[in-house]
Design a protein around this ligand. Structure first.
Ligand SMILES: Cc1cc2nc3c(=O)[nH]c(=O)nc-3n(C[C@H](O)[C@H](O)[C@H](O)COP(=O)(O)OP(=O)(O)OC[C@H]3O[C@@H](n4cnc5c(N)ncnc54)[C@H](O)[C@@H]3O)c2cc1C
Length: 499
């Protein structure tokens, strides 16, 4: 569903990775620290009235392609039968292919444009990538992050955040695929999948038919290949992102702005202010230098989805207020991420990974780091069935791979994260501010673990208790009045999973 269309690799001089080691602690800024930044803001506000609407500017950068000599599938000479076919070479499909190739499993990756650069702008916590050996796949690292709760309260988080280098990550995964000599690529769109007892076949838009013991759908959120047996009642994250050249901006260069919940920019926009109070959006900002910045106005989660035009109008008002004058839009992206909702039917004949498999974090919309970590788990489950010594196919194979990706414990924790999403859906701007104020006051092990999907079910229960303990009285009131329905839903779903 990501409809972003431009790719940009900032010049190395603009994105030198700053690698500072910081203790994993957290602090709340004093009002003095805020005053410094608000003084900086004022100088911009004076100039803001003459600033135009950046929405009129067209993104300037052209799509980029990797320069690789790929091993293509040759219909005339190659056997059209593989162990595994992967539909889609986004981060999920390519990571799985790379992992499977390590086991010598014969894979064909099918995508309309395997060499295109991924269009989305990805951000992850640096420690998540480091633990996977992907520390060389960043464009830029910020030593700290911050969250503006409101005009007078800012939280500084001592956790490094990075902008993923799409080029470095895709190159690394492609090289891994190629070096093991068992992967083929086919440039086509898959139209249809058919299943026989022990194998499946795909029909491509170029007329080719390929067969494999297992087809894995990694074609993203818009996939229609995976089936559900429950109503798909997910929430949506919607955002408008722009990589822009600006005259100046008010953000610190060594801090990534994870969330800016301030709303003073809506002072002269009563309609927008009212809707923002009920369905709030925040600004996410990655300052590369004083003239280059990625900005994204984001609705964390809404159901039904907040209007895209509304998100853009709020962003225009915010940038005007912050005094950010856009000179050039280098790239833009529409971000629409379905979150939470039921998992696909488990098991089913098509395996899924990535956006279509339910692994997106239901409370945050993040997925890239998680998929990098889960693809090896799925690859291992596939290798146990299709590797050189075992030959498990058909229903036992589907059963093992789906349960490999979604063992019971992981389904339980997902229910908990979905409970988080259902709670966020009920909060207005003030409630959301109070929630994050308490959330980032938690022990770093807890908030970091929550954001990185690392906590066990028991740890999540403990986190909820600590959250309640640290919450302000109005926030406790929110929890007591707004959580019972989502809580009851979660308990019902857990009971169903357990049966
Ligand atoms: C704009 C945007 C920004 C995001 N930012 C972040 C972020 O900062 N951090 C984070 O963790 N997550 C982020 N996400 C969420 C998630 O990580 C991404 O959506 C991620 O790209 C999903 O990866 P994927 O491989 O599952 O699917 P995709 O990246 O969507 O890749 C799917 C691939 O399948 C191909 N395909 C589709 N249909 C077919 C077909 N029928 N036949 C063959 N090939 C097909 C497509 O061409 C594409 O190459 C973002 C999402 C969006 C939309």
């Amino acid at each position: 569903m990501g409809t972003s269309i431009r790719v940009f690799s900032p010049p190395p001089a603009l994105i030198s990775s700053s690698k500072f080691l910081l203790p994993s602690t957290l602090s709340v800024s004093s009002s003095r620290a805020y005053k410094t930044s608000s003084r900086k803001l004022c100088s911009h506000v004076i100039r803001s009235s003459k600033f135009g609407n950046f929405l009129d500017l067209k993104p300037e950068l052209q799509p980029e392609y990797l320069n690789f000599d790929l091993p293509w599938f040759e219909p005339a000479s190659d056997r059209s039968r593989f162990d595994v076919i992967i539909i889609g070479t986004g981060p999920a499909g390519l990571r799985l292919a790379e992992q499977l190739s390590r086991y010598g499993i014969k894979v064909c990756c099918v995508d309309p444009s395997p060499l295109s650069m991924w269009p989305n702008n990805y951000g992850v916590w640096v420690d998540e990538f480091e633990s996977l050996g992907l520390e060389d796949c960043f464009d830029k690292i910020w030593p700290t992050t911050c969250v503006y709760i409101n005009e007078s309260r800012t939280k500084h988080l001592n956790r490094r955040y990075g902008r993923v280098s799409r080029k470095k990550l895709k190159t690394k995964l492609m090289e891994g695929c190629i070096s093991n000599g068992v992967i083929k690529f086919h440039k086509a769109k898959v139209w249809k999948i058919e299943h026989q007892e022990f194998e499946s076949s795909i029909l491509c838009d170029d007329g080719n038919e390929l067969k494999a013991s297992l087809v894995v759908d990694a074609s993203g959120f818009a996939s229609t290949f995976v089936e559900y047996d429950k109503r798909r009642n997910h929430g949506y994250q919607i955002a408008h992102g722009i990589l822009v050249e600006v005259d100046d901006h008010p953000f610190y260069l060594d801090k990534m702005v994870l969330m800016d919940w301030r709303d003073s920019h809506l002072g002269n926009e009563p309609d927008l202010r009212v809707s923002n109070s009920r369905f709030p959006t925040f600004l996410y900002a990655m300052p590369f230098d004083s003239n280059l910045i990625f900005l994204e106005e984001t609705s964390l989660v809404s159901r039904p989805v907040l209007s895209y035009m509304e998100v853009k109008r709020r962003m225009v008002a915010r940038l005007r207020h912050l005094g950010i004058r856009v000179r050039r839009v280098l790239e833009d992206e529409k971000c629409l991420i379905p979150m939470g909702g039921p998992l696909p039917r488990i098991p089913q004949n098509v395996m899924a990974i990535g956006g279509t498999s339910g692994v997106v974090h239901p409370s945050t919309g993040y997925m890239v780091a998680r998929i990098m970590a889960l693809a090896p788990v799925l690859a291992n489950a596939i290798a146990e069935c299709l590797g050189s010594t075992r030959m498990i196919r058909g229903q036992p194979l589907y059963h093992r791979v789906w349960n490999g990706l979604w063992p019971l414990e992981r389904r339980y924790t997902r229910e908990f994260y979905s409970f988080g999403m259902e709670t966020l859906l009920k909060l207005d701007l003030e409630g959301t501010r109070r929630f994050f104020d308490a959330f980032f006051y938690l022990d770093p092990y807890q908030w970091q673990g929550f954001l990185s999907s690392r906590l066990s079910f028991q740890e999540l229960v403990l986190l909820s208790l600590s959250l309640f303990e640290h919450a302000s009285n109005p926030s406790r009131f929110d929890i007591v009045t707004k959580c019972p329905v989502p809580l009851a839903k979660m308990v019902g779903n857990l009971a169903r999973e357990a049966i």
